[in-house]
Write a protein that binds this ligand. Structure first.
Ligand SMILES: Nc1ncnc2c1ncn2[C@@H]1O[C@H](COP(=O)(O)OC(=O)CCCC[C@@H]2CCSS2)[C@@H](O)[C@H]1O
Length: 339
């Protein structure tokens, strides 16, 4: 008899690949199937579908350190992933889909390792420690008319100082709507059970998944080199990897950046829609406002990104040789301010 369960293990650490696999499997699975997908991402910040990355994370530091940004299609806040963080996804058709079931499977699996874990009022799993409850897992959900998934993280031995660094945004004058992350006190399971590994964790989650349904399934390993037949995967992967989705899908926002240079004060007011500068106004008392105005005009209708700034400055430079040093100075300041 074929099993109603499917167990998928990703061997890739690329968040864009893994999220595209998750999305494609979810879209095409038969509604009577139950899927458990286990995966990890390296050096990544994953944000919720309605979040603003420039507001929620330190995008400048992330770019410097080669940390990928990945927007997911579920709601909720921003989390940091590295190989010390494990991810799980439970998928099921409706009406069976029930996040209370998957949450209980996780609580029981972690309990079987001797950990006092419970579901918090929010979407977290917390570990009871001598120092109070600490978050070890965050979850998010997605539902369509006939199916749903619950995915979440488990902190095993993630780099918590990186976690704090990347999720601590620069204090920018950013006015933005969108979902704000809820910062928590976190802990790694390895601090509480030193011999825990990703593999052991996957084994207990799998065992509890099988036990709950009273069935088993062989594990299928997925990687870019061995992709099962996933209808439409290429398109989903292209979207998931795109700047337009990961950054550009941020809800509209505005950003004011100002600086006092020896040669004048400057205020840039940016309005950004779909990640594109829809309006850029400047206010300056510089005696030479023309190149600055020209810069503001050139920035409009382009991506809110460092590349946009450097490209525009390079375009203006030859026209204003007497203002070159000031333009260079502005380029690095403005690039820094919006990255
Ligand atoms: N990896 C990880 N795990 C648990 N908690 C984390 C993690 N990284 C950061 N945090 C803490 O959670 C808050 C944000 O909590 P908040 O509740 O705002 O958001 C979440 O939990 C979202 C979980 C999404 C899970 C998906 C599953 C597959 S891909 S990502 C952050 O400020 C930190 O304090």
């Amino acid at each position: 008899m074929t099993s109603s369960l499917r167990l998928l293990i990703s061997n890739s650490y690329d968040p864009w690949f893994n999220l595209a696999v998750e999305e494609t499997i979810f879209k095409h699975m038969p509604a009577n199937q139950r899927v458990l997908f286990l995966w990890r991402n390296d050096n990544t910040v994953v944000i919720g579908r309605a979040q603003n990355p420039w507001k929620e994370c330190n995008t400048g530091k992330m770019a410097q350190d080669g940390i990928k940004l990945a927007r997911r299609s579920s709601g909720g806040g921003a989390v940091f992933h590295d190989l010390g963080n494990s991810c799980f996804t439970f998928m099921a058709g409706k009406p069976e889909y029930n996040k209370a079931v998957s949450t209980q499977i996780m609580v029981d699996a972690l309990g079987s390792l001797g950990l006092a874990v419970s579901a918090s009022g929010r979407n977290d799993l917390v570990l009871t420690t001598d120092d109070g409850d600490k978050k070890i897992s965050g979850s998010a959900y997605k539902e369509t008319h006939d199916r749903g998934f619950h995915h979440g993280t488990i902190l095993l031995n993630a780099n918590l100082s990186k976690l704090a660094d990347y999720l601590n945004p620069d204090p920018k004058k950013l006015q933005a709507k969108g979902i704000t992350s809820v910062r928590s006190r976190v802990t790694n399971l390895a601090e509480h059970i030193p011999n825990i590994t990703h593999q052991k964790l996957c084994d207990v989650i799998t065992q509890h998944f099988f036990d709950y349904y009273g069935e088993q399934a062989d594990a299928e390993c997925i990687s870019p080199e061995s992709l099962p037949d996933l209808v439409g995967f290429e398109d989903v992967f292209a979207k998931q990897s795109s700047w337009q989705w990961n950054f550009g899908h941020a809800p509209a926002f505005s950003h004011i950046v100002d600086e006092r240079f020896p040669w004048g004060n400057i205020d840039f007011h940016f309005d950004v829609e779909h990640g594109v500068i829809s309006r850029c106004q400047i206010f300056t008392d510089s005696l030479n406002p023309a190149p600055i105005q020209e810069l503001a005009d050139l920035l409009q209708q382009n991506r809110y990104s460092v590349t946009t700034v450097t490209t525009a400055i390079n375009q203006i430079l030859p026209k204003y040789p007497d203002f070159a040093a000031e333009l260079q100075e502005m380029s690095s300041w403005l690039g820094n301010a919006i990255k």
